[in-house]
Design a protein. Sequence first.
Length: 117
Amino acid sequence: MLTKIFIKNLQLPVVVGHVAPERHSPQTIRINIAVWADVDKSITSHDLADTIDYVVIQKSVMDIVGVKEYILIETLASDILDISLRDERIKKAWVSIEKPHKFPESESVGIEMERSR
């Protein structure tokens, strides 16, 4: 049975943006990640090796945004999906990326992207 494993509202400083002011300093973005995998074995084994370790995914995302700059959040989303699908047991990955308070008229703007094997 497929299980959804997720990271909700990860907030990180990232240099991302198409316009010059956004390229000069990091802005806080909100990231949500979900992956789907069969982790039934972990239910009885109680072994972390039999499930998907969300700590590994989160750390990998934090590592990449700490060193890489982006023009488009679409590219960042694609990188996060690549990270999320490194484990061959993961069948599908989904990410949403938001720029909170980009415009005073809205809470946030962003995208959602998913990829399946």
